[in-house]
Design a protein around this ligand. Sequence first.
Ligand code: SAM
Ligand code: SF4
Length: 416
Amino acid sequence: MNKAESQQIVGYLDSAGYQAATSFSNADLVVLNTCVVRQSAENKVLGTLGLLKGLKNKHPKLQILVTGCFVNSHTQELQKQFPHVDLLFKPGDYPELIAWGEKQGIPIEQRLLRHPRNDGWMAPSPCAFIPIIQGCDNFCSYCIVPYRRGREVSRPLEKIICEVEELVKRGIKEVTLLGQNVDSYGHDLPGHPDLADLLNELSSIDDLARIRFLTNHPKDVSLKLIDAIASINKVCEHLELPVQAGDDDILKAMRRGYTVERYRELVHTIRRKIPQISLSTDIIVGFPGETEEQFEHSLSLVKEMRFNVVHMAAYSPRPGTIAWREYQDNIPAQVKEERLHKIEELQASIAGEINSQLQGKEMEVLVEGSKGGKWFGRTRSNKLVFFEDAGDWLGQLARVQIEKTSPWSLGGEVKK
Ligand code: SAM
Ligand code: SF4
């Protein structure tokens, strides 16, 4: 979501005539797009704000804007705390950004420029991120997102289709639809269109090759959606389905709204209907009170489910959340580290085995860019693939024969 919002801010600045600077020290304007989902991310924001304060002392004309989840409802207090910041605006509050720009005499056009031109702002890519629903109504006990991004608001279906059509005209081949819970899409719109309806509509856009979306909530994934993924060819066989924990008592304390058994049944249904599906998940270790045995339940679920990717994090208490109010963060940092390490090791061996089965297979790769003399891109199952070739493959759908595999990426030879 932050990447998508950064792209959009860059689009606005690009249309106002700004160009990318190579570093903070030679910039006229810095926009800090922040994340505070864990304390470590918030610490980075505070460190960067300190650095920018020093720079502003030296160059008083430097303008500093701050957005993202760091910006809470108490903007006036934040403004007092960080007087060197010129504007604090909530995530996605572009009218606020535009109004500020107008006051400064910056002619920011309000036009669709989510994907900026390639003049140094961002590497060109055939992939775009499209927010479809903002906010979250779920209030998982550990999570700060609903407090910072507010309640769910879906974007009208026609607006999303129009935006994707426009992007495809400009060369975009793959879109990733974004939401904290994409399964909630449309419940607040007239006629209640859902994600499956949106996928159906988007699939009829010629020249759009692939559609992805994230994140799904295990309590809300519908059979209609599973059938849509199975039947619409442009929808990639990849799902982000965060389980967060493998123990029912911890899931209850997290307020996730499902049990391990219900998650297991959902995964079985998905795998029965879409045998080639690749599944990723998120797991939090060291939630308050998590015993060794409860943690072992998360480990065995990872072993049983054989996910393609596991994003893992140590529990970080977020002021204002339910877990912060109700539970003590009583798992020592060292124990959290050890638990992270155990899951990491297990997952590396599982991903290594899954990927080694792809050796010798030919896969479709959408080429996103080049790094260190190699082209890279992703398979429909979201696996990162590298290959070397003298041709220009950017934005092409290449057929790559897999020759090398590791838990994290694949390497191969392009077929011509
Ligand atoms: N909406 C998605 C869901 O339902 O899982 C995820 C959104 S959340 C912003 C991204 C990930 O950050 C979560 O899946 C969770 O694993 C992690 N996360 C959120 N709050 C956390 C916390 N307080 N401590 C550690 N990890 C956290
Ligand atoms: Fe946070 Fe839960 Fe909403 Fe995901 S579903 S954003 S974890 S509150």
